[in-house]
Structure formats: structure tokens, C-alpha cells
Write a protein that binds this ligand. Structure first.
Ligand code: PHE
Length: 444
């Protein structure tokens, strides 16, 4: 459940629709599903096997399994990536706070009654381009994450989130049903589900692969660390299957309410980061109309739950970096967490400003925010996945793999040969081909 909690987050609700919108809708969805099944599942199982057989968190897992080898660098790469992700993930996490606040103070209800068609769009644009609002929100979110990580109370949050996540799920289903009554529903669903393979190109494949890794929390050792806490009788194959299924289902639900709302509001689906934040208030308004009190309650509940879902993800990312520093440098937890929060917070401010008040903050053609997202999600995570499968397939003994998949021979695992093939050959070759293709070194 905790692994599913880490997996479900802004990746499903914010990043999935953004990527889908920018890469042609259904074409992206199909490639995404293929990536989840063919790459995501084997990588997740590999992370589980490494974590449960090493019994330590990812920073040290490789050194424990093959002492003194260069594989420890993979463990280090898997710490750098979450550090970089935290820098920009927190920016969007901060947005959820702002939206919860606006719901709580009745701002959205007022916007609805003002009758201006694009009120939500202008609200988002002016919030993001403000020089201080996104920065304050980012700090508040980082402070909350920091507090939880320092106090080591994440167990409490996880317990909470197990109760609250079904609530989020119910509201999502409600949003989908409501969105289906909107005037743009048919267009939105066609965009998401009507296959058009002519739109599949190299960048679609790279993006879909990156999104699969991001959304399933793969390629940075977080699930390796979680698996080191698994019971000996946990079924690794089944756990991987159910986590992937839950995560994918939530992403598709998100698409099913966001695209109808986006088409109804007349916003371009390729709009980018703003989709979730423009679509949502639109759905609330159109469902409840004049019943503003209902709209008030449901939208506030939604944003509060979104904050919890996001917090479980930021905690797991922060924790991954902090625990590495604690273990490797023998720093106190407080010192390690403070260093991580201050560094990520400062870089996060630059990321936040780069898509708003200071557009000059760019790397190449991209804003700093987009550059962080591009490098981590599209390159570093799949690269982490590549090394993980190479390790599990070629370095780890097959005996360990078999013993973990069958819980030391106490149960059968029929697909073992297929799994070994996927881990040894299919995933590494597949990931490298996608990379080469993106670099224009291949043309398919
Ligand atoms: N998978 C999370 C999401 O979908 C993000 C995340 C990535 C969390 C990596 C932990 C580690 O939002």
C-alpha cells in the first residue's frame, strides 16, 4: 500500500495529462501502456528483488550484494535523480496549496459567478507568473515535507493516506462521471482513446517511457528501499502487478475528466502544465452550477486530498536522499534533511521563477523547470532502470532471482523464464533503442 501511495501522485494527475496532451492523446496512451507492461513491470520486479534480498536501502544495496564493485555508482545515481526531481516537483506541489487556499476562501465560487469564461485560465496564469506566490507555496510545501522527514513521522502519514486515498479515488470517479456530461465529453474521450498511430514518433516513445518510470516511481531506488521492508512472504510479482494496475487506472481516470473539461473550456490540450489546474475548477463549476455550497465542499475536499497524495510522494523522494546522506556520511537526520530541503528549495525557487516571473532562466531552449523535468524523467529515470535490469539480469545470481520470486521455493512462479528474458534482454535493449532513436542515431 505504501508503494502504491508513493506511485500515485502528481505524476498521475498532473504529469500524465500534460504529456498526453502534448504528444497527441491516444497515440501516447497506447505507447504508455506498452511501456508500463513491457518495461515498467520487469524493472519494478527487479527493484523489489534487489531491495528484499539486500535488506538495506538503495544507497547501500548494491555494495551489500556485490561488495567492492563499481555497481555502487548505480546506487549513487539513484540518489541524484530524486534530488533533482524534488527541486521541481515541489513547485507543482506548491500549486496544490494555492488551489486549496483559493477553494477554502471561496475564490473559485466567486469566479464561477463572475461569468467570465476564462476566469480560471487567467487565475492560473497570474498566479504562476507572480514573483512571490509560487515561491511562498513552494516553501510551505517543502517545510511540511521537511517536518515529516525530520520527525520520522512518515509512518503516521502513510497510515492516514491509506484511509484518505480511497476518498480521493471516489472523488475522481465522481469527476469522471460529471465530466462525461459536459459538452466537450465526446471530443475529449476521442482525443484520449481514438488511436492515431501516425502521431507516434521518437519523442512520443521517449516521453511515454519516461512517464511510465516517473509515475510508477521507478528508476531511482525508492521501491528498492521500500522492498527492503517487505515481509518474506510478500508476493513480489503480484505486488508489482497491482501497484502498476492501480497507478495506471488512476492516470486514465485523470485523463477521462481532464480532457472532456479541457475541450469544453476551449483550452488547447497541448497547453502543458496548466491542464489539471484549469480543467478542475471548470468541472466543479459545470457540475454544480448554482449549488455553490456543494461545489465549495467538493473542490475543497479534492484539493486537500490532492495535497495528501502529493505529500506522500514528496516525503518518499526527500526520504530517499536524506537517508542516503545519513547512512553514508553519518550525519544526523536533522542535518541531512536540512541540507536537502535548503538546496532543493533554493533550486526550486529558480525553477518556479523560470516558468513565471523570470523567463530568462533557461537552459538551451527550455525553461529551467522544463529542463529539470526533461533530464530527470526522460533520461535519468530510464537510465536508472537500464542499470537496475542489467544488474538484476546479469550480475545478480539467477538463484536469488528465483528464490525471491518463489519466496524461497514456497510457491510457484510460472512466468520465470519470461521474466528472466525481459530483465536480461528486452528491457535493456528496449531502453537503449529508445535512447538511440531520440538521439537520431536510429531511424525507426
Ligand atoms: N510516482 C510519483 C507520482 O506519480 C512521483 C514519484 C516519483 C514519487 C518518484 C516517488 C518517486 O507522482
Amino acid at each position: 500500500m505504501a508503494s502504491a501511495g508513493s506511485a500515485v501522485g502528481l505524476g498521475n494527475l498532473w504529469r500524465f495529462p500534460t504529456e498526453t496532451g502534448q504528444h497527441g492523446g491516444s497515440a501516447f496512451l497506447i505507447v504508455y501502456l506498452i511501456c508500463v507492461v513491457c518495461l515498467g513491470l520487469p524493472v519494478m520486479i527487479s527493484e523489489f528483488v534487489i531491495g528484499r534480498s539486500a535488506h538495506v536501502s538503495v544507497g547501500r544495496a548494491y555494495s551489500v550484494l556485490v561488495p567492492g564493485s563499481r555497481w555502487k555508482w548505480v546506487g549513487r545515481l539513484e540518489v541524484l535523480t530524486p534530488f533533482l526531481i524534488l527541486c521541481y516537483y515541489n513547485v507543482v506541489a506548491g500549486w496544490t496549496l494555492r488551489y486549496a487556499w483559493e477553494s477554502a476562501t471561496g475564490g473559485f465560487v466567486k469566479m464561477a459567478s463572475s461569468g467570465a469564461g476564462n476566469a480560471y485560465e487567467s487565475f492560473f496564469a497570474s498566479f504562476v507568473s507572480s514573483a512571490w506566490q509560487p515561491v511562498v507555496c513552494l516553501f510551505l510545501f517543502m517545510a511540511a515535507t521537511h517536518f515529516v522527514v525530520v520527525q520520522g513521522v512518515s509512518k503516521g502519514i502513510e497510515r492516514w493516506s491509506k484511509v484518505l486515498m480511497p476518498g480521493l479515488f471516489l472523488i475522481l470517479v465522481f469527476l469522471v462521471v460529471s465530466a462525461l456530461t459536459m459538452s466537450g465529453a465526446a471530443e475529449g474521450l476521442a482525443f484520449l482513446f481514438k488511436p492515431d498511430f501516425s502521431k507516434v514518433d521518437a519523442s512520443v516513445v521517449l516521453s511515454a517511457m519516461g512517464q511510465a518510470f516517473f509515475s510508477l516511481s521507478l528508476g531511482m531506488g525508492i521501491l528498492t528501499t521500500y522492498a527492503s521492508y517487505f515481509n518474506d512472504d510478500a508476493d513480489l510479482g503480484k505486488s508489482a502487478l497491482s501497484i502498476s494496475a492501480i497507478d495506471t487506472f488512476v492516470a486514465i481516470l485523470a485523463g477521462m475528466f481532464i480532457f472532456p473539461a479541457v475541450f469544453t473550456a476551449g483550452v488547447a490540450p497541448s497547453e502543458g502544465s496548466s491542464l489539471l489546474f484549469i480543467a478542475l475548477p471548470n468541472v466543479f463549476q459545470s457540475v454544480f452550477g448554482d449549488l455553490w455550497i456543494l461545489s465549495y465542499i467538493v473542490s475543497l475536499a479534492f484539493y486537500l486530498l490532492l495535497i495528501v497524495a502529493t505529500l506522500t510522494s514528496t516525503i518518499s523522494i526527500h526520504e530517499a536522499v536524506t537517508s542516503y546522506l545519513v547512512e553514508s556520511f553519518e550525519w544526523s537526520r536533522r542535518k541531512a534533511a536540512t541540507v536537502v530541503s535548503c538546496l532543493c528549495g533554493s533550486i526550486g525557487v529558480l525553477c518556479a521563477l523560470s516558468i513565471g516571473a523570470v523567463p530568462e532562466l533557461t537552459i538551451g531552449e527550455m525553461s529551467l523547470f522544463d529542463a529539470f523535468d526533461y533530464v530527470t524523467a526522460k533520461w535519468l529515470l530510464p537510465m536508472g532502470g537500464l542499470f537496475i535490469t542489467l544488474f538484476a539480469g546479469w550480475r545478480l545470481s539467477k538463484q536469488i532471482l528465483l528464490s525471491e520470486m518463489t519466496n524461497r521455493g514456497t510457491k510457484s512462479f510460472a512466468l520465470f523464464k519470461l521474466l528472466v528474458f525481459a530483465i536480461k534482454w528486452f528491457c535493456p535493449v528496449g531502453i537503449v533503442l529508445v535512447f538511440l532513436n531520440e538521439l537520431d542515431l536510429l531511424s525507426f
